[in-house]
Design a protein around this ligand. Structure first.
Ligand code: 4NP
Length: 197
């Protein structure tokens, strides 16, 4: 990739980038030659078990990415802070509610690992516990700057976390999807256009 100039930003949250000319990479904003732009932006969604909220976030965001050529530089994965469900498909209740809205959840649960903090550009926590656990696991300050709250990207709903639906009923799974659809729309806008002015 060829860079014409580079500017350090705090979380990349104060720029007014022109889409297609700028690429956010961690805390660095890179002005790049679009023709030669091959660099991916990698996002990791994180919850506790990686069988309900974060695989749903991955599927909702993947559908948005697949439908938008302006987001072809985005790659997605998800993980849990707890490894007890490693290898499992998402919870059948989450899959059923997601399927009704057109999302197929096929991710296999995995626990977050230290190399994820290096490999991913943004690490998105579903709730405060995930957010605090991720900060405790982050190996250095640069890694900590990659951690975001998923609900910070909500545009329509006024919420500060995505409630854990695991021990609740159907409405909890619907609420997860409602919040994720709003947050993923806002996240896509952030990736293409930078932070809201
Ligand atoms: P998630 O939900 O963090 O959204 O995947 C949970 C899944 C499993 C458990 C808790 C929450 N659990 O205790 O096993």
């Amino acid at each position: 990739m060829e860079y014409k100039s580079a500017k350090i930003l705090s979380h990349g949250l104060n720029h007014t980038a022109e889409p297609d000319k700028y690429l956010l990479s961690g805390s660095v904003l890179l002005y790049c030659n679009v023709e030669k732009m091959e660099e991916k932006k990698k996002l990791l969604f994180v919850c506790l078990g990686n069988i309900c909220r974060s695989p749903a976030a991955q599927a909702v965001m993947q559908q948005i990415v697949d439908a938008d050529a302006g987001l072809r530089f985005v790659e997605l994965d998800s993980a849990g802070t707890y490894g007890g469900h490693s290898g499992d498909l998402p919870d059948p209740r989450m899959r059923m509610h997601a399927s009704r809205r057109g999302y197929e959840l096929t991710h296999r649960s995995r626990q977050i690992k230290s190399s994820d903090f290096e490999c991913f550009d943004m690490i998105l926590a579903m709730d405060d516990r995930n957010y605090d656990d991720l900060h405790a696991l982050a190996p250095d300050p640069e890694s900590e700057r990659k951690i975001y709250r998923m609900t910070d990207f909500c545009r329509r709903l006024s919420v500060d976390h995505i409630p854990d639906p695991y021990y609740g009923g159907s409405s909890g799974f619907e609420q997860v999807l409602d919040i994720l659809e709003d947050a993923c729309t806002g996240l896509a806008d952030f990736l293409k256009n930078g932070p809201r002015r």
